[in-house]
Design a protein around this ligand. Structure first.
Ligand code: H2B
Length: 102
């Protein structure tokens, strides 16, 4: 089944070029692992949760001791990537420096 809002491989590559540090796994999951130098990764995760509530778009977060892994896909598009995934990633990147996350 085709989903109208699922991005093509070319569109994914184009958007990925604007998001250094992120990668796409199997064409379906946009992901990045942040390492936190100073502040707890859990506080970064709570900040991300607030952004996700605002956007009504949600990632899978895996909390480590000093890492936070973020994986994003659009369930409503059958687990394909959409603009919403890249929009959420950009919002997370925007607040990451404030958490010492890179
Ligand atoms: C009803 C509501 O819009 C949906 O359940 C939203 C919520 N957040 C979501 N997040 C993600 N990543 N994919 C979705 O398809 C999705 N759907």
């Amino acid at each position: 089944m085709a989903y109208a809002d699922a991005l093509s491989a070319e569109e994914i590559e184009e958007r990925l070029g604007q998001l250094p540090g992120w990668e796409v796994e199997e064409g379906r999951t946009l992901q990045r692992t942040y390492r936190l130098a100073h502040l707890p990764a859990a506080i970064f995760a709570v900040h991300i949760a607030g952004i996700q509530a605002e956007l009504n778009h949600h990632s899978d977060l895996t909390l480590g001791y000093d890492t936070l892994h973020v994986a994003i896909t659009t369930h409503a598009a059958g687990g394909r990537l959409t603009d919403k995934d890249f929009g959420l990633a950009a919002r997370i990147d925007a607040v990451a420096p404030g958490h010492g996350a890179q």
